[in-house]
Design a binder for this molecule. Structure first.
Ligand code: NAI
Length: 271
C-alpha cells in the first residue's frame, strides 16, 4: 500500500498521451499517493491518444489546452481553480515535440519555422504556463512545479537535434521564473532530467535503441523507467522536498556523472 503523501493536494498534469507517457505513469502514482488533478493535453492529442481512459481510472476532469496558447492556458487554469475551489499544490509539465525531429530534418539543415514551433511547444510553453499561474495567484505556498528534461541540454548527443536547445532553454526558464516564484510566493520550480525512456516522444529520436542501450550500460543503477520517474515526481510534489528549488535534478541511474563504465570498456576490449 503506497504512502498517501499527496493526500489533499491538487494539481494539473500536462502530457499524458498514452500508457507509455511519463505523465500517464505519474498520474497513476500521484493518484495512488492521494493527489487529485486535472489532466490536460493538446486538442490534437485527443485524436491520437487514450487520455479518456486515464481520466476514468483516476477519476479526473480532462480539459484540452494547447500549451502554446495563452488563451487555452488561462481557460485551463480558471476552470481548474473553479473545479477544485482552491489553489493548486503541484504542476507537471511533461511536454516535448520537435517538428524537425518528427520530419527527419538534421541539425545542420534545420527548418527555422519548425524550430520555432518546437521551441514554443517544448520550452516557451513552460514560461507561458508559469506566467499564467503566477498572475492568477493560482499556486499555494510550498507548492511544486516540475518540467521534464534530458541531459542533451548540457552535453552533446548528435541525434537529439534541436530538442537539445529547447531543453537548455527550458532548464533556464525553470531557474529564472523559479527565482521569482520562490521569493514572492514560496513556490518551488525544478526540472527532472530523466533517462531515455520508451515513449512516443522518445522513439522519435533517430537511433533511439542504440541510445537507450548505451545509457543502460553506462549507468551504475541502469536506466530509470517511466514508473521510477513517476515515483520521483511524487516525492517532489510532497512536503518532504520543500526546500528544493531552481535545480536540474538528474534521475538517470547515475549516467550523468559517469565518464565511462567498465561495461563499455569491455565492449571495446572484446572488439
Ligand atoms: P509523450 O510523447 O508521451 O509525451 C509528450 C507529450 O507532449 C504528449 O502528450 C503530447 O501530446 C504533448 N504535447 C505536444 N504538443 C503539445 C502542445 N502544443 N500542448 C500541450 N501538449 C503537447 O513522451 P514522454 O517521453 O512521456 O515525454 C514527456 C516529457 O519527458 C517531454 O518533455 C520529454 O522531452 C521528456 N523526456 C523524455 C525522455 C524520453 O526518452 N522519452 C527522456 C527525458 C525527458
Amino acid at each position: 500500500m503506497p504512502y498517501k503523501i499527496l493526500e489533499g493536494k491538487k494539481g494539473v498534469i500536462f502530457g499524458a498521451l498514452d500508457e507509455h507517457s511519463i505523465a500517464w505513469k505519474s498520474a497513476e502514482e500521484i493518484s495512488e499517493a492521494g493527489g487529485q488533478f486535472v489532466l490536460t493535453n493538446a486538442p490534437v492529442a485527443f485524436r491520437m491518444g487514450t487520455i479518456e481512459k486515464l481520466g476514468k481510472s483516476t477519476n479526473s476532469l480532462i480539459i484540452p489546452a494547447d500549451a502554446t496558447s495563452m488563451e487555452d492556458l488561462q481557460n485551463l487554469i480558471d476552470k481548474t481553480l473553479n473545479h477544485f475551489d482552491s489553489k493548486l499544490d503541484f504542476i507537471l509539465h511533461s511536454i516535448g515535440m520537435s517538428v524537425n525531429v518528427r520530419k527527419g530534418k538534421e541539425y545542420k539543415n534545420l527548418n527555422y519555422d519548425w524550430m520555432t514551433k518546437g521551441w514554443d511547444i517544448s520550452a516557451v510553453s513552460f514560461h507561458k504556463l508559469m506566467q499564467t499561474l503566477y498572475n492568477k495567484n493560482a499556486m499555494n505556498p510550498w507548492s511544486s512545479i516540475i518540467a521534464l528534461t534530458y541531459i542533451a541540454s548540457q552535453r552533446t548527443f548528435p541525434n537529439y537535434n534541436d530538442m537539445a536547445d529547447n531543453k537548455a532553454y527550458l532548464e533556464s526558464i525553470a531557474r529564472s521564473f523559479g527565482y521569482f516564484f520562490g521569493k514572492e510566493k514560496k513556490v518551488r520550480v525544478n526540472t527532472i532530467s530523466q533517462s531515455p525512456t520508451i515513449t512516443t516522444a522518445g522513439k522519435g529520436i533517430k537511433g533511439f535503441n542504440g541510445f537507450i542501450n548505451y545509457a543502460e550500460k553506462m549507468s551504475p543503477l541502469g536506466n530509470a523507467s517511466a514508473e521510477d520517474c513517476a515515483k520521483y515526481i511524487v516525492t517532489m510534489f510532497s512536503d518532504y522536498t520543500k526546500k528544493v528549488t531552481l535545480q536540474n535534478l538528474f534521475h538517470d541511474g547515475g549516467f550523468s556523472n559517469v565518464g565511462v563504465s567498465q561495461d563499455i570498456i569491455d565492449l571495446f576490449d572484446e572488439a
